[in-house]
Design a protein around this ligand. Structure first.
Ligand code: DAH
Length: 335
């Protein structure tokens, strides 16, 4: 009897040592100390034994069973502690890494190019006063040009800026002349949404003020920017435009890269996408910024950053950019 019990205990000990999963240990438990286990059978056979044998073996059998139960519980505990610090490398899972948003990527790229041209990167508030968004930019109250940029007016009397051009005034006030700044940022308009229009999008403003700055300087900077971003000579066209804060004003269009200039919903079937407004800074704007227009001249431009991203990454619908659809955006996993 003693031998038998010792053997059972030894067997159990060695099985426990090689068991690494909780489920295996629970199986061993039912095999060795469960109702139908050998120890339990021996225990129930006690009642048929003689009084002498009962005395002789009773406590031995009971103790052995308790010892076996302890062995099992210890092993379970051991495993539980261990599982807190190790992990099961047989589990199959994928680690998903995030990525920068296409607009962020293009903003980094374009500010990098401008920095190499000597521009300082600044940023201004998205919640703006009418003064910085319109009046200081030569758009007085009730001027029809305000209709071009309807926006969201806030209860506190401020508005969500419609353009990054507000940075022109902040920068002139903060730094004076000469000046060379760029300002990427988010802007808002009360727009009807379609493939090319959103109520929330991004622009990058540029402004250079110095003595003797000319239109040629402006054209050079804009063309150079486009060339560096697209790594090729993209087809552009310059048109006269109207902006109250520049005189003369220009608009630069780029041949639509979605359809190769053939015409598609993104370019409203014209083959061209309006990319940038620009011009020579209006004397009233220089004055609003505290700079003497007799002494200094300047140019300014405002690129549609969102449109640049669409052209560069061939995104044919602006709405996906604000959609937060990771499946779509993760295609731009550029580190
Ligand atoms: N702020 C203008 C817009 O959102 C773009 C623009 C035009 C910016 C001319 C400029 C500029 O700096 O000189 O439509």
């Amino acid at each position: 009897m003693e031998e038998k019990l010792t053997k059972l205990k030894e067997e159990l000990t060695s099985k426990l040592a090689s068991a690494t999963k909780e489920a295996d240990i629970l199986n061993i438990k039912s095999e060795y100390v469960g109702k139908k286990s050998e120890v339990s059978n021996i225990l129930s056979s006690l009642k048929d034994m003689s009084i002498d044998d009962k005395k002789k073996y009773g406590s031995l059998i009971n103790n052995t069973k308790k010892e076996m139960e302890n062995l099992i519980n210890n092993r379970l505990e051991e495993l539980e502690n261990k599982s807190n610090i190790t992990f099961d490398d047989t589990l199959d899972f994928e680690v998903e890494t995030g990525s920068l948003h296409p607009v962020t990527i293009i903003a980094h790229e374009i500010t990098g190019i401008l920095k190499r041209m000597g521009f300082t990167v600044v940023s201004g508030p998205e919640m703006e006063t009418e003064y910085y968004n319109f009046e200081a930019l030569n758009v007085p109250k009730d001027h029809p040009a305000r209709d071009m940029q309807d926006t969201y007016f806030l209860d506190n009397g401020m508005l969500l800026r419609t353009q990054t051009s507000d940075n022109q005034i902040h920068a002139m006030e903060n730094f004076g002349a000469p000046l060379r700044i760029c300002a990427p940022g988010r802007v808002f308009r009360n727009e009807d949404l379609d493939a090319n229009h959103e109520n929330t999008f991004y622009q990058i403003e540029g402004m250079v003020i110095d003595k003797g700055v000319t239109i040629e300087n402006l054209l050079y900077v804009m063309q150079n920017l486009l060339r560096e971003i697209f790594h090729e000579d993209v087809k552009v066209r310059l048109r006269p435009g109207f902006f109250p804060f520049t005189e003369p004003s220009y608009e630069m269009d780029m041949s639509c890269l979605i359809c190769g200039g053939k015409g598609c919903p993104t370019c409203k079937n014209s083959g061209w996408i309006e990319m940038v407004g620009s011009g020579m800074v209006h004397p009233n704007v220089l004055r609003a910024g505290g700079i003497d227009p007799e002494e200094y001249t300047g140019f300014a431009f405002g690129f549609g950053l969102t449109r640049l991203a669409m052209m560069k990454y061939k995104i044919n619908d602006i709405r996906v950019l604000n959609s937060g659809d990771i499946r779509y955006l993760s295609e731009f996993n550029i580190k």
